[in-house]
Design a protein around this ligand. Structure first.
Ligand code: NAP
Length: 275
């Protein structure tokens, strides 16, 4: 019997998830399907009834449903609650279990792109305190890495640091240059970098020579921050790998095979991003 999975969102045409999961289905010769389904917000409860009927093994959740589905899931992973978003659903025994794999995607991307990165990552500077920053903070806590959380709006960084707890020190973007000499890792989670926008006044020359800079923005792949870090001779990891690696746990849960993020998969998704 064909094992079925999905991604739900509204709209859904932009999602790269079908390309990723269909590539893996073909690679492993699995009798499975992965379909994008446009579910408007008012149709979500009916879709969850459909899920409990056993039609699907599970699927992904994207904008605008990542928060709404909390109330509809039968169980939610505690880390997804801390991150504040569910992006993966697994159906077991007529129950829908919600989790968040973005933090695993972030870690998988760094583990693959900069092996042993944690050895020199302490402390880290995380730029931005929006929705995506929450998954990054959970990921860095998972590896016991203390963080300076810098944001344009200081109050947002303060409330996020208090909400997540642990070794997270809030600050302003203007603190970057003072903190840089001791920082082993810089992570951009703001939308700066999208369409080629750049941080003003950052002196990457102040980062240690073994510093690592990563950006979760992946359009363009080489953001100005990454380009500047490369020019300074620092190690860099781009954001596309996070998108690819966050898909691994869902595929493994639905189809029973742990897939690999291969260069061929990356090339296929990269090609789909080209204008
Ligand atoms: P969000 O919740 O809207 O947060 C945006 C963040 O960017 C906030 O910290 C905001 O600061 C900051 N910001 C926006 N414009 C700024 C500016 N002009 N100057 C300084 N700071 C600015 O967005 P999000 O959901 O966290 O997503 C952020 C980015 O991550 C997006 O580009 C998204 O595509 C990317 N992303 C990538 C992946 C992946 O798999 N690679 C996954 C998730 C998200 P304030 O608090 O001051 O407004």
């Amino acid at each position: 019997m064909t094992i079925k999975a999905f991604v739900i969102g509204h709209p859904i045409n932009h999602s790269r998830s079908p390309l990723i999961h269909r590539t893996w289905l073909a690679e492993h010769g699995i009798d499975g399907s992965y379909e994008p389904i446009d579910v408007p917000p008012d149709a979500l409860p009916a879709f969850f009834d459909r899920l409990r009927s056993g039609e699907f093994a599970g699927g992904n959740v994207t904008i605008p449903h990542k928060q709404t589905v909390f109330a509809l899931c039968d169980e939610v992973d505690p880390l997804a609650r801390t991150i504040g978003a569910v992006n993966t659903l697994v159906v077991r025994d007529s129950k829908v279990l919600g989790s968040n794999t973005d933090y695993l995607g972030f870690l998988g991307n760094l583990d693959a792109g900069a092996p042993q990165w944690e050895r020199s990552a302490q402390p880290a500077i995380v730029l931005g305190a929006g929705g995506a920053a929450r998954a990054i903070l959970v990921a860095l806590q998972n590896r016991q890495i203390p963080v300076h959380l810098l944001n344009r709006t200081l109050a947002t960084a303060e409330s996020l640091a208090a909400d997540i707890g642990g070794a997270i020190t809030p600050g302003a973007l203007s603190d970057f240059n003072a903190l840089a000499p001791a920082a082993g890792l810089v992570v951009n989670t703001t939308s700066i970098g999208l369409h080629g926008t750049r941080f003003e006044g950052f002196d990457l020359g102040r980062l240690p020579d073994n510093g690592l800079v990563t950006d979760i923005v992946y359009a363009p792949l080489l953001t100005p921050l990454l380009a500047d870090a490369k020019a300074r001779g620092l190690r860099t990891v781009d954001g596309l790998g996070m998108l690819l690696h966050q898909a691994v746990p869902g595929f493994a849960a639905w189809f029973g095979v742990a897939p690999q993020v291969t260069p061929a998969l990356r090339r296929a998704v990269e090609a789909s991003l080209e204008p």
